[in-house]
Ligand binder design. Structure first.
Ligand code: HEM
Length: 470
């Protein structure tokens, strides 16, 4: 019976993939003037796309190969949909500036279902603008000040455990960034049963985000929705305690409840609060984890950069009389660290493409793109353009000394969808890196540059190292 069930499931998936493929072929005809290839029947070019994505060179080889054959704008069929990839600063301006509502964000069906209808990532136009304004406030530099001590202490405690053991940097970064964001959003304590439950639910939600859209028991999508319901039940009880005045905290949730209460037109409903707390978790956790991990890896591979960075941090530590009592003003005075962070985001390009959907017909580079088409901005090629970044494979933070042309560096995106969590990400990374380089040197335990085949680029082997005290 189980085998029969599995066969039915496989047949269903193949049938769905076939239908998607047939539907896409008709829109391919509408876009016949755009160069490119649809690849194999049903799977299109998905196999080479995923295999290039996971290789050390990353998706850049897939893009370069097709750009050589077809130019800066080309079509392909990957991950179950026909997609037009485009690159260059001009394309970035058209797709990211938000001008004339040419495009909207393009999430997978599963992502939309998991995050809910009132998420920042599923709304557009005026509704999106309003949410950005409300959510942006508690994420501003000023508002983050009150979370500084928590982040600083947690970084020190995390690093206390590193000495002399095999450390998977990605696992450590993941635990650190989840504890930070959960505390910042809803004051979750970093240890204990609640944290464990929260972490377990979040992991299931994360892996369902880009899964097959099958809401059948046993599938990743079904498990993800169940975990989301458990997390929402937990948030419901926190929100009702706060609304009843039984609990007052200094976190993101409290700020929104306090500032926008009563009949305020900006009052957020419980559904909006929950969808957007989950959105910030999903959008902010893997990205910051990946950023921190890549940064440690690039430092390990570039001793001269590490030397310069350490100098900046040892000078700060000297001013602190050798203590770990880093202060808010210190973090705002780390010019070289900021360049290292930018160079990390350029070289790693954690989100290698930004997905949009044409909200109306438009033209680019002389090609007509029809309303409804998936359009991806290939950011990795923009970040490796030798005309802007000489010797693009080199890890060279000082290249950020020069002023860059608009839309040539998109580590945190640009325009109305630019990352609202960038101040938090920068803060977490600056603090963690300060304690890391002041205390330890480290060696990788494995040479493997492969990348996980997930939406956010991360080292596949989680970057195993052994740390020794300085
Ligand atoms: C190193 C860490 C991070 C990187 C590299 C990063 C990168 C980005 C990029 C490139 C975008 C724009 C994507 C697009 O235009 O399609 C974006 C959007 C977003 N980011 Fe981040 N991010 C990071 C950390 C965070 C954090 C910590 C949070 C939450 C506190 C966050 C929340 C968001 C949200 C909600 C959006 C969507 C904004 C909207 O659609 O209006 N990110 N991020």
């Amino acid at each position: 019976m189980a085998i029969f069930g599995a066969h039915v499931l496989v047949a269903f998936i193949v049938a769905c993939a076939g239908l998607l493929w047939l539907r896409s072929r008709s829109s391919s005809k509408e876009m016949r003037d755009i160069p490119g290839t649809m690849g194999w029947p049903v799977i299109g070019e998905t196999v080479s796309f995923i295999s290039d994505f996971s290789s050390p060179a990353g998706i850049l080889s897939f893009m370069r190969d097709r750009q050589k054959r077809f130019g800066k704008v080309f079509k392909t069929y990957v991950l179950g949909r026909i997609t037009v990839f485009m690159t260059g600063r001009e394309a970035a301006k058209i797709l990211l500036s938000g001008k004339d509502g040419v495009v909207s964000l393009n999430l997978f069906y599963t992502g939309k279902q998991v995050l809910g209808p009132t998420s920042l990532l599923t709304t557009n136009g005026e509704e999106h603008k309003k949410l950005r304004r409300l959510i942006g406030e508690p994420l501003s530099i000023d508002a983050l000040k009150k979370h500084f001590d928590f982040i600083n202490e947690l970084a020190v405690q995390t690093l206390d455990t590193w000495l002399g053991r095999r450390v998977l940097v990605l696992e450590e970064a993941s635990s650190f960034t989840l504890k930070v964001i959960a505390n910042m959003l809803v004051s979750l304590e970093p240890e204990g049963e609640e944290q464990e439950k929260f972490r377990a639910n979040f992991k299931v939600i994360s892996s369902s985000f880009a899964s097959l859209p099958l809401k059948v028991p046993g599938t990743a999508f079904h498990r993800g929705l169940k975990a989301r319901n458990r997390m929402y039940a937990m948030l419901d009880s926190v929100i009702s305690r706060r609304r009843a005045g039984g609990e007052v905290r200094g976190d993101f949730l409290q700020t929104l409840l306090r500032k926008h209460a009563g009949d305020d037109a900006d009052k957020l409903t419980d559904a909006q609060l929950k969808d957007n707390i989950l959105t910030l978790l999903v959008a902010g956790h893997d990205t910051t984890t990946a950023g921190l991990t890549w940064l440690v890896k690039f430092l390990g591979e570039n001793p001269e950069v590490l030397g310069k960075l350490r100098e900046e941090h040892l000078q700060i530590r000297e001013r602190l009389n050798g203590t770990s009592h880093l202060g808010w003003s210190d973090v705002n005075n780390m010019p070289y660290t900021n360049k290292v962070m930018n160079e990390t985001l350029r070289r790693a390009t954690i989100l290698p493409w930004f997905s949009r959907k044409a909200a109306q017909d438009f033209s680019i580079d002389g090609y007509d793109v029809k309303k409804g088409t998936s359009v991806n901005l290939d950011v990795v090629s923009i970040h490796h353009d030798p005309a802007v970044f000489a010797d693009p494979e080199r890890f060279h933070p000082d290249r950020f000394d020069q002023t860059l042309k608009p839309y040539s560096f998109l580590g945190f995106g640009s325009g109305p969808r630019m990352c609202p969590g960038m101040n938090l990400a920068r803060l977490e990374i600056c603090v963690f890196v300060h304690h890391l380089v002041c205390r330890y040197s480290w060696k990788p335990l494995e040479e493997d540059d492969s990348v996980q085949p997930t939406l956010v680029r991360m080292p596949k082997n989680k970057y195993p190292i052994i740390a020794t005290a300085l």
